[in-house]
Ligand binder design. Structure first.
Ligand code: ADP
Ligand code: MG
Length: 451
């Protein structure tokens, strides 16, 4: 079979006989390099636009006609300019560079954002802005409690825009960073140069993403400067996206002018995710964590979703901890292991905490009166045996009865560290098995406390 280059040469041989020699040389002498073969086309590189134009206009049909007599396949010739190729390669390098330079977290994309009732409107609005920045939604103001996906959505807009327009100047900043940049810019060290750099950074943005605007509360001069940047970009029809932990109206010590600007475009809030969405998010995150997500039963996800209700970051963290715990200790993905893995992360309900504190105090009282010392003695630093022993017993009883963390027990007894508590509990546990007197104390105290 002929190679593509051979086909080209043979085609030219035929054409040459039909043409004026000089014309032929002028047009085809420099066309001898194949750029690529793709689909049904053999792409040939031509040195300049005029040659390309003339070949296409006057000889393309004839060339392909000749070609079809030389081969059974359906290939045809196409011509591309060398300069075009160079440009394309450069821009694909620019693309790589801009991917590398992206100030955005790679995983914060639209496709990784799970939607439900609490965030759907925010999601759709963000998509619209990403698809047509300079839209009517300027600025887009996204607000909601911490850990609900504001930064994620904002960065997703940035990713989307960069994916579709590689040379867009997407500037992501937090209000804190903006403040720092501003103070650096007006600091006297480098003077004018600094402020120019500051202007360059913010005023040349095509899309400005400003995270956590509430940080500007009470910062008068930074607000002034932000106002100027805002007005400047808005005037040029450049898209601005802002996030906040509150609605614009609820911001305190914020210039009225700015607040009203924040309400110019579209304000959307993200609410707490409901149970269904929490489970959906867990399922999605799980698929990033392990190869076979089906190994984790739904009831486990259900339980984790019940534990973390207020913050997606915590929800994610809980899942990650559970999976890491089970995988690294080679344990099965069970409900029980949720409790062991997440013990210290499970937020206690307020009333339970209260109940426990009351219980702890009553154990301390019983123990103190049994040994005829005071509660203050138990909490004191004293290491005398007649106090240390009751203290160790009280720690052990609380651990047995209520099972709080060792750290929490230590706090009940004059802030002792968890190693001390652990040692005390081990000691009493051993003594109960080996010393009938200690066993007697323990049994009696248990009875009194439980009655
Ligand atoms: P915020 O900026 O509101 O404090 P983030 O955007 O930082 O919250 O989100 C916290 C974490 O929760 C991130 O890891 C983010 O990916 C994740 N997250 C929040 N909402 C969602 C969602 N709807 N789908 C997937 N991940 C989410
Ligand atoms: Mg955030």
């Amino acid at each position: 079979m002929d190679t593509s280059l051979n086909l080209w040469k043979k085609t030219l041989e035929v054409l040459k006989k039909e043409m004026d020699e000089q014309d032929f040389a002028a047009l085809f002498s420099e066309v001898s390099e194949i750029y690529k073969v793709e689909g049904n086309y053999i792409y040939l590189l031509v040195p300049n636009a005029l040659t390309k134009f003339r070949i296409e206009k006057f000889y393309n049909n004839r060339l392909n006609e000749i070609l079809s007599t030389l081969t059974d396949s359906l290939v045809k010739f196409k011509f591309v300019l060398k300069d075009d190729i160079l440009e394309r390669e450069e821009s694909s390098q620019a693309k790589k560079k801009s991917l590398y330079k992206r100030p955005l977290k790679a995983e914060y994309t639209f496709s990784n954002f799970v939607t439900g009732g609490s965030n759907r409107f925010a999601f759709i609005s963000a998509m619209k802005v990403a698809e047509s920045p300079e839209s009517l939604y300027n600025p887009l103001y996204i607000f909601g409690d911490v850990g609900l996906g504001k930064t994620h959505l904002m960065m997703a807009i940035g990713h989307y825009i960069l994916d579709n327009k590689i040379d867009a100047n997407v500037v992501y900043t937090s209000a804190q960073e903006f403040t720092e940049d501003y103070f650096l810019a007006i600091s006297t060290k480098k003077g004018k140069e600094n402020i120019e750099e500051f202007y360059r950074k913010y005023r040349e943005a095509d899309i400005l993403l400003v995270d956590d605007i509430q940080f500007l509360e009470g910062k008068q001069s930074t607000q002034e400067e932000f106002f100027k940047v805002f007005e400047y970009l808005h005037g040029l029809n450049k898209q601005i996206v802002i996030t906040s932990d509150r609605s614009a109206n609820d911001l305190k010590n914020m210039m009225a002018r700015l607040k009203s600007r924040f309400n110019w475009g579209l304000a959307v809030d993200i609410k707490l995710p409901d149970k269904e969405l929490r489970v959906k998010i867990l399922e999605r995150k799980l698929s990033f964590l392990i190869k076979n997500p089906k190994e984790v039963p739904l009831e486990v996800l259900d339980l984790i979703a019940d534990i973390f209700t207020k913050n997606v970051r915590d929800l994610e963290g809980g899942l990650r901890r559970y999976v890491t715990y089970c995988v690294s200790l080679n344990l099965p993905f069970t409900i029980e292991n949720v409790y062991t893995a997440l013990d210290c992360l499970i937020p206690q309900k307020e009333e339970e905490k209260h109940l426990n504190v009351k219980n702890f105090e009553s154990v301390k009282k019983e123990v103190a009166s049994y040994f005829k010392i005071s509660v203050a003695d138990l909490e004191s630093p004293s290491r005398k045996q007649q106090i240390a022993y009751p203290r160790q017993m009280a720690m052990y009883l609380i651990k047995e009865l209520y099972g709080p963390s060792l750290k929490a027990i230590g706090e009940l007894f004059g802030n002792r560290d968890h190693a001390t508590v652990s040692h005390s509990c081990d000691k009493i546990s051993n003594l109960i098995n080996s010393n009938p007197l200690v066993k007697g104390d323990y049994d009696l105290l248990m009875k009194k406390i439980n009655s």
